[in-house]
Design a protein around this ligand. Structure first.
Ligand SMILES: Cc1cc2nc3c(=O)[nH]c(=O)nc-3n(C[C@H](O)[C@H](O)[C@H](O)COP(=O)(O)OP(=O)(O)OC[C@H]3O[C@@H](n4cnc5c(N)ncnc54)[C@H](O)[C@@H]3O)c2cc1C
Length: 416
């Protein structure tokens, strides 16, 4: 049986970053990444952006060139899926039945796209956007596609819609709630993106329920809504969130539910087992200490560094300000902080200028910013979120005053 000092499950952003952090911190033991994808670690965000738009080739979205992993003595076990964990023996079992031993295990298996439950959900022509193969399949079909229905008005669905419009496809976006981005952003941002997509010719439908995926000659041919309306489409893209891939850990007795529970050093309740990234359920200082999972590159990379440090005996605790980005059309959205539980929203600048910032406050303190084509606010706003500064809504709304000027004047939490 092969035994590794550190075995990493999942070769996505978290897994790659964990191996890189171990080597950067001088760890000389054996390290392997076992991942069920056939490719070396690559960046996931371009899948719904530049890669789908065919502006970046696969080589350009690799996290590191292929030779990097050999050079750093990180073994890549590609196309192998872990199906069980035995924490007492410190072993994992692969689908191929092989067992691998570990000193420490870092679980960074991300999540699997949620599927529709209705009939037709698994027809050819129905796609998720989670990995390279999903997008390659979409790209192969696109030349024969005129109309696309995107189910889910979250970031991934909207990004895909923007790219598909660029290709000249007829696009409808179906959202069950009464606004797009409802789970992640405040109303002003949702309304702005809804209007942008409509301006670009997307048929945005809000508050709609899907009855089924229609079929013709063994392929998806459209979507029937609960009210009976039928939207013809040769392609259906489903972006309705992910389910964390943690079953082997929970089956082995790890605490958790919607993810695997970790402490401030990314330790699970199983000895020598850490979890990071999309699947790690952690108490987040920027979310009023709520137990959450964050689905962002920043979180995966920062938690990877914390887990690597913990394995090396460090005491560093995860306390990174969450940040995220999304590109749609010529709009660059940069988000910092976590808007959970906001009680006030301020808009800096004019949405019609296509450069503005939405600031979220809780009990008078700045907790998050959504910056649209407004990198300066994003860069300067980070300090406000980090310190939880008290700044009045009137001051924040004055876009002529840079945030760093307001920050300099503001009282710190210690004073306030
Ligand atoms: C289309 C798309 C666009 C995105 N855009 C952005 C963005 O703009 N900005 C941003 O910050 N974030 C974005 N994200 C989110 C970001 O990519 C994720 O938060 C990040 O990839 C999480 O890293 P991870 O290591 O936790 O999981 P992943 O990167 O998902 O890696 C998990 C890996 O583990 C593998 N795996 C799963 N189960 C097993 C198993 N049992 N055995 C072996 N291998 C397994 C998976 O196949 C996968 O390769 C986007 C995600 C997607 C899908």
């Amino acid at each position: 049986m092969r035994i590794y000092d550190v075995l990493i499950v999942g070769g996505g952003h978290g897994g790659a970053a964990a191996a890189m952090a171990l080597r950067q911190k001088g760890f000389e033991g054996s390290v392997a990444i076992v991942t069920d994808e056939p490719s070396p670690p690559y960046e996931r965000p371009p899948l719904s952006k530049e890669y789908l738009a065919q502006e970046k080739s696969f080589d350009r979205i690799l996290i590191r060139p292929e030779t990097y992993w050999d050079d750093r003595k990180v073994e890549l076990l590609l196309g192998e899926r872990v199906i069980a964990v035995d924490p007492a023996r410190r072993q994992v079992q692969l689908r191929s039945q092989e067992k691998l031993g570990y000193g420490s295990l870092i679980w960074s298996a991300g999540g699997a796209p949620r599927r529709l439950a209705c009939s037709g959900h698994d027809l050819p022509g129905v796609h998720s956007v989670r990995n390279r193969e999903d997008v390659d399949r979409m790209m192969a079909e696109l030349p024969d596609v005129e109309s696309v229905v995107v189910i889910g008005g979250g970031y991934i669905g909207l990004e895909a819609a923007a790219v598909l419009r660029k290709f000249g496809k007829k696009v409808a976006v179906l959202e069950a709630l009464d606004r797009v981005l409802a789970r992640v952003a405040g109303e002003p941002l949702s309304r702005f993106y809804e209007a942008e997509h409509r301006t670009h010719g997307v048929d945005v439908r809000l508050g709609v329920a899907v009855d089924c995926i229609l079929e013709k000659e063994g392929r998806a041919s459209g979507v029937r809504l609960a009210d009976g309306e039928e939207l013809p489409a040769q392609m259906v893209v489903v972006g309705i969130g992910v389910t964390p891939s943690v079953a082997p850990l929970l089956d082995a007795g790890a605490a958790g539910g919607n993810g695997v529970a970790v402490d401030g050093q990314c330790r699970t309740s199983l000895p020598h087992v850490y979890a990071i990234g999309d699947c790690a359920l952690h108490r987040n200082a920027f979310a009023v200490g709520a137990e959450i999972r964050l689905e962002s590159v920043q979180n995966a990379v920062d938690q990877a560094a914390v887990a690597a440090q913990a394995i090396l005996g460090g005491t560093e605790v995860y306390r990174a300000v969450p940040w995220f980005w999304s590109n749609q059309y010529d709009l660059k959205l940069q988000t910092v902080g976590f808007s959970l539980g906001y009680d006030d929203v301020v808009v800096r600048g004019q949405p019609q200028d296509r450069a503005f910032t939405v600031v979220y406050l809780r009990q008078g303190r700045v907790i998050a910013l959504d910056c649209v084509n407004s990198t300066k606010d994003y860069v300067q706003g980070k300090a406000l979120v980090l310190a939880g500064m008290r700044i009045s809504a009137d001051q924040l709304a004055d876009a002529s005053r840079p945030l760093k000027e307001l920050a300099a004047e503001a009282a710190s939490p210690a004073d306030g």
